[in-house]
Write a protein that binds this ligand. Structure first.
Ligand code: ZN
Length: 117
């Protein structure tokens, strides 16, 4: 069983595997509060974390043009989402309490290509 985390548009994980991750918002004790963001997975090398990348444009006044920028963010990847999420996927992440020195966000769900306008 997974808990309803109360965020619209986020579906709880469907895998039947047991999840013992205490930082999993669906099966553990960590709650999601604060910001909800989207990003693309660029790295899945570490054991419990992923790196997401967000691209955005910044207006530069001097040149009256936009420049492309990006930022990278380390996020926790719960045990039950480990098999579903691959590099290149667009995911929804939610802010939680600080999990480690670099992590304060948890991956919640994959954004399916049909949902992207
Ligand atoms: Zn879980």
């Amino acid at each position: 069983m997974s808990r309803n985390i109360g965020i619209p548009g986020v579906n709880p994980p469907t895998s039947n595997e047991e999840c013992h991750d205490k930082f999993c918002p669906f099966h553990g004790t960590t709650r999601i509060r604060g910001k909800i963001m989207k990003g693309t997975i660029v790295s899945k090398k570490s054991k419990n974390s992923v790196i997401i990348r967000q691209d955005y444009v910044q207006f530069i006044k001097k040149y009256q043009r936009y420049e492309r920028r990006n930022s990278r963010l380390a996020c926790h990847l719960p045990e039950c989402l480990r098999h579903d999420i691959e590099v290149g996927n667009l995911v929804v992440v939610g802010e939680s309490r600080k999990i480690s020195k670099t992590k304060a966000f948890i991956v919640l769900d994959k954004v399916h290509s049909t949902e992207v306008a």
